[in-house]
Design a protein around this ligand. Structure first.
Ligand code: SAH
Ligand code: SF4
Length: 348
């Protein structure tokens, strides 16, 4: 797709064709398989002040929690017992968990379970990420949120876009499978900035790309903002699929927060991953990045089962595999265009 075609697609001029093409490419690469990532949101403490997020440090209307190590390990065990091939450890930017402590958790989870581990811990040091890689973590998720540097700085309380980008490229160089993404429909974004987001993310050659809609949180500076357009979020993920055939692309939880049916729809429009939350009952409602988060998912003991049912309802197959990104295998063999014509379906 060239820039003109992307703009046409973003404007909704070709929804039916766009979604069909995205689904066909997804089917060619991943078949019917949908990868399951079990998220454990182990702390809602955060030292950042992102204007869009309910976990931001200045939000005092929130019961903060930190899970103890044995609870995190029990939850990981629960996830793998239910058939999760990947565990995602996510938290606010909570530096009270030392690098050694996170490393010990990774080692312990890997010792007990044949799973891949994704870290979504925010702006930790590159030395820490290198250490966690040596402990066995395979993947990182660090979203750019917006690729407009000025807006990034404004919405993330003065933080530097180039520092975030440097972190992402360094993680790639360390050998991590790296995921990034943006929030669709943040204030002060428009169709041109969305086009730039899509091109920027695609140029990064990511293993995973997430693009969920902005959900305003009342206890944040953007609480009165307009919610991200759901259809636009579908268009963005479909375009990303066409431009990035081998990337894992999740049907985001933010889509599900609006309406659970949206995630099923996304699985037919180019997405191939679901990320159910396994966060324990006593905490899951306090992980309020945005309103509605974790409200619609089932409780942890049945969360994976629930996700599998959702996938089956969509006529697709929940995959127990780790769901490694096929991008690396193919990047050096053929051009992405080949994925639109040949079946490159993988089960790793
Ligand atoms: N602290 C880490 C990880 C937790 S935040 C980090 O920031 O990287 C996980 C993701 O939640 C963020 O990357 C952001 O994309 C998303 N998020 C936060 N607030 C949101 C909102 N109001 N609407 C939609 N997504 C939001
Ligand atoms: Fe903290 Fe991440 Fe929320 Fe920003 S998006 S306030 S870093 S949890």
């Amino acid at each position: 797709m060239n820039k003109h075609e992307i703009l046409q697609a973003l404007s909704g001029h070709c929804d039916a064709d766009l979604f069909l093409q995205a689904n066909a490419i997804k089917q060619n690469v991943f078949g019917e398989d949908v990868y399951l990532r079990a998220i454990i949101e182990f702390s809602n403490f955060c030292n950042k002040r992102c204007h869009y997020c309910g976990l931001r440090a200045p939000n005092t209307n929130l019961n903060r929690y930190r899970m103890e190590d044995h609870r995190i390990l029990e939850t990981a065990l629960l996830a793998t017992a239910q058939g999760a091939g990947t565990i995602v450890l996510q938290s606010g930017d909570d530096f009270s968990y030392s690098a050694q402590r996170i490393g010990a958790l990774i080692t312990a989870i890997k010792a007990e379970n044949d799973v891949a581990i994704t870290l979504s811990l925010g702006d930790r040091g590159l030395d820490e990420y290198a250490y966690w890689k040596s402990c066995g973590a395979e993947r990182c998720l660090l979203k750019l949120e917006t690729t407009t540097p000025r807006l990034y700085k404004k919405l993330r309380g003065g933080e530097s876009f180039s520092a975030r980008l440097h972190r992402i490229t360094s993680l790639k160089n360390m050998g991590y499978e790296v995921g990034s993404g943006v929030i669709i429909g943040l204030p002060d974004t428009d169709i041109l900035s969305t086009l730039r987001d899509i091109l920027f993310l695609s140029d990064l050659n990511l293993d995973m790309i997430a693009a969920g809609p902005f959900v305003p949180h009342p206890q944040t500076p953007l609480g009165n903002g307009v919610a991200g357009d759901i259809l636009l979020a579908h268009r963005v993920t479909a375009i990303l699929r066409i431009l990035n055939p081998w990337a894992n692309i999740p049907a985001t939880s933010a889509l599900g927060a609006v309406d659970p049916g949206q995630r099923i729809l996304a699985l037919h429009r180019g997405c191939n991953v679901l990320m159910p939350s396994l966060t324990p009952e006593e905490h899951r409602r306090e992980y309020t990045i945005y309103p509605g988060k974790n409200l619609l998912d089932a409780k942890p003991s049945t969360a994976l089962e629930h996700a599998k049912n959702l996938i089956a309802q969509a006529g697709l197959v929940p995959s127990p595999c780790k769901g490694t990104s096929p991008r690396r295998e193919h990047a050096y063999k053929s051009t992405p265009r080949d994925a639109t014509t040949s079946n490159t379906h993988r089960h790793t």
